[in-house]
Design a protein around this ligand. Sequence first.
Ligand code: MN
Length: 227
Amino acid sequence: MPDFVIPQPPVPAIPVSGGGSFPVRRVYCIGRNYAAHAVEMGHDPNRESPFFFQKNPDNLDSSGSFPYPPHSSDVHHEVELVVALKSGGTNIPVADALSHVWGYAVSLDMTRRDLQNEAKKLGRPWEIAKSFERSGPVGPLRPASEVGHPDHGRIELKVNGAVKQEGDLNQMIWKVPEMIAYLSEYFELKAGDVIMSGTPSGVGPVKRGDEMVASIEGLGSLTVTVV
Ligand code: MN
């Protein structure tokens, strides 16, 4: 046991359906990975190089509530498939990539859109818009040994019962194995790394009291109340 000079912070983790929890090392998030969402954000939907940003591991939250963050009046929902890695490496071939996946979950990449738009305009980084407290609500992780490796199926978000986002996992511009391979060229991936794989179109604002229900075919749903 290292001789820590302050108490060790808790290890960020995602609960696993059926028991146990998955410790999180890093959280990589891809931007504009569904063509219709790229278009709604004012960008070219053609396949250009992917780009990634990161959330903090302890931004992931499984409490079922999302505290509306300060300094924003335009906080948006983005429903996303989470990919959790049990191993990693560098320069992972696309053909081997899925062998590193432990499981999958439903998540929300909550975004202070007004601060993100300002950051984009000023050429500043996105952390203030993306990596704030509890900005990554996440449902229970489902092992690939049970659910396989979903590459198609409905992905949806409802707010107060109304469908706001809908798409299909097969609309991803960069597929899960390609994201793993690409990231591994730039970073050393390791067990505990998590990838948030982008959102379909229909992103929009939430307000306190809203109930968000995110779902992905085969993975179940995640209900989060904005408080
Ligand atoms: Mn996102």
